[in-house]
Design a binder for this molecule. Sequence first.
Ligand code: TYD
Length: 220
Amino acid sequence: MTHDTSTHAVVPGKFVTFEGIDGAGKSTHVNAFVEALRDRLAPLGRQVVGTREPGGTPLGEKLRALVLEAPMDLETEALLMFAGRREHLARVIEPALQRGDWVVSDRFTDATFAYQGGGRGLSLDKLTTLERWVQGTRQPDLTVLFDLAPEVAARRLAGARAPDKFERESIDFFTRVRNEYLRRAAEMPGRFVVIDAEQTVEAIAAQLAGVLAALELPRA
Ligand code: TYD
């Protein structure tokens, strides 16, 4: 007997985010993760959209250039992060998930809680209000947090390239950012996987392969 699946609603895709302080090494791994996920999902007819924040849309990339360089009021900074996020959700993330594709974003709202909230001290209540406004109930299904001591991250970043506004911040700032990330991970253990980013690149890649293998994939 054959089943006609053409009338069935598409099973929505999943939303994965990568987070961590600057210099934790997530950029090295996020692209490899996207490629490995593509290899697993392609036979099931699903695409993987690799994207990033701030950014992810033409307008979002313009906002990124602004927020990473221009000095601005803290509340302006948070509002611009969420303005770019709204555009990203409306034009890229939600349409992809509705098509049944998967989305992997290099940073999302946890970064705003960690940097503008933990790092700069903006009220978490205000951020929660903006989060609800912009996202409704949308949350990542999985968040991979690269955790590293800020002193080690700073040594890795030193001399790598011209630092942006955030990368020029102090060890104290990154300690607060890290602590807020860890607080959120402890609060939402079902969503977060915390990676010890002091391990070798190979060890982290192996751990991420395990994360990938454990993902619940849709049926073909
Ligand atoms: P990052 O993602 O590290 O990109 P790159 O690897 O090219 O430097 O840089 C983005 C910076 O923006 C990073 O310092 C964290 C910061 N940021 C916030 O402060 N709030 C946010 O909501 C987001 C998404 C990022």
